[in-house]
Every structure is written in structure tokens, then in C-alpha cells.
Write a protein that binds this ligand. Sequence first.
Ligand code: UFG
Length: 330
Amino acid sequence: MKILVTGGAGYIGSHVVKALGLEGHELLVYDNLSTGHEWAVMYGTLVKGDLEDRALLEKVFREFRPDAVMHFAASIQVEESVRRPLLYYGNNTAGTLNLLDVMVRTGVRCLVHSSTAAVYGIPDVVPVAETAPLAPINPYGSSKAMVEKILADLALAEDFRYVAIRYFNVAGADVACRLGQAYREATHLITRALKTAHGQYERLQIFGTDYQTPDGTCIRDYIHVDDLAAAHVLALDYLTEGGASEIVNCGYGHGFSVREVIEAVAHVTGTPFPVEETGRRPGDPPALVADSSKLRSLMKWEPQYDNLDFIIRTAWEWELALKRRESCAA
Ligand code: UFG
């Protein structure tokens, strides 16, 4: 199949491009390279472009004529979204509107969309199922919840089907160490902790120790990026076999606290590092853990890497490889 992948040069997008490429699909990656990298696109053609640029987007659609779209291009940091809400509504909500408009006008009817656990806000029941009410507590979650509403309305109005995958905390790196997170500034817990163990930061801050959780720190469901990538391939197969529009959670169904992650990083790297307890970070829910039974039963998702130490080890090997790459380039 011909698949257009927005954001395919980014962290998650590049792992999905790898998985789709291995399946033999013909790929076009549309990415503005704001956080992504040309070297991360292992398969297909890269077009540097922004979702704001409707003329370019439409030209690319008309020339490539994709059978389906996978949409990763987005801003993804909870804390930044609290400081810069318009950036998030612009990139995530308005950007997706542009994409959908071009899809409809060029007759592309299938979409696999990146959504997020942040749409739930502070769920009453954990693990949280897809039927839980949407009550985002930060602009990032709101920007994605709005897109889900738009998708639902569009699927009623047009011959258009989608799977929206609500990601929990994606981490780790390609097992063969060819891809991984490579943001200029690390904000995600595991990457930030690894870079601290590596000496790039003086200490790791724990944002909040007074949550209603067993050790007072936030709990998240950390999932290996290649298990998430596999879920995307299954979602695409599901849609191309005629499946109806669906929203599915993607996580392992159990969580780890910030303190537990820090311990695991120190253990895997063999390098204990300084930690500082500070106040809560705005926009953080206490606990987010997935009930992914729908993804498992409907799309036959069988995760391979449900092991926190393994996830951290792949991210650590990638971190070391990235440092070698940077020092060679310098
Ligand atoms: N944290 C720290 N110190 C740090 C970094 C993070 O204590 O230096 C804490 C955060 O406060 C939070 C937890 O570690 O409690 C995880 O934070 P991340 O920044 O790694 O991830 P988030 O949970 O904020 O968000 C991530 C993605 C979102 C997604 C969400 C779903 O960035 O896109 O997971 O659970 F929506």
C-alpha cells in the first residue's frame, strides 16, 4: 500500500516507518523537521513540509496518491502546552484540520491517528478504558481531544474511517539501535534520567512527591516504542480489511512511579545519579495506566517488550550511540 506518514522523521513516527517499510509498504514521509531528523527516515521518500502549508500538502497528496495516512506530526510536551497553549491548538488541532481537509478533497479515506492518554485528565478508574469520560487537564490533552471529536464527526459525514490510538508513556529505542529519541532538550522522564546518568545534567528533578500514590510520585504506563509501532501496523491492517472507526488505548496495563523509574535507570546504567525533590509540574495527572484489552482483542495486539529494564536498556544503548554520533560529527 501507499502510505503518507506525517511526522515520520520524529521519534515515534520513525519507528512506525521502519515497521511499515519492513512490511513492504511504499512510504512518503511529510515532516517539517522541527524535532525530527532526516537520518531517522529508514524507508520511503522524505518531503520537508509543514501542515500549515496546505498548498504543498495538497500537491504532495495529488502526486503520491496515498491509500492511507498515518498522522504523527504534533507537539507533545504536557508542560510546554501549559505555557504555550496556542502552539498546541495550532500544531495539533488546526494542523490536523488542514490534513483532514486535504484528505477529504483528494479522496483519501483511511487514517491512523496519534492520540494520547492525556485526553482522560485525572481518570476515576485506573487502568482506564476507552469508555472513560474525556476531561483533559492540560492544553496538550485538550488539543488531541478536540481532534478526536472532529474525527468522529467527519466519519459520520463522509466515507472516512480512522483508528485513533491513545498512547500512554512511550519510551525505549529500536532494538538494533538505529533509531531512538533525539530531541534537542530532553524532557521525558526516562531520557532525562539517562542523560543525567550520562553526566549531561547535574541532577534529576522529581516533580512532586505529595501525590495520592504509594510513594507520593506520579505513576505512568511505560510502553516500548516498537510495541506501539506494531499497534499502528495492526490498526492499518484493520482499516484496510474494512474495520469500522475505533479508538484504542495502547499501554501495558501496569504502571511505575517516578521513583521506581529512577531506581531502574540507576540499576540498568550502573550509575546512581543525584536526584532533587521539587514541586509538582503543572498539568501532570497522578496516575495514568492503560486498559488495552480492546487493542488486544480487536486488533490482536501482542506486545513483545513489556519489561521496564529492557525498555530502559534499549534507550540507554541508543543514548550512548547518539553521543558517539554527536562526537564524531563535532
Ligand atoms: N518527571 C519528573 N522529572 C523529570 C521529567 C518527568 O519527575 O525530569 C515526571 C513527570 O512529572 C511525570 C512523569 O515523570 O509525572 C512522566 O513525565 P514525562 O514528561 O516523561 O511524560 P508525561 O506523562 O508528562 O507525558 C507523556 C507524553 C504525552 C502523553 C503522556 C501520556 O509526553 O505526550 O505521556 O501518559 F500524553
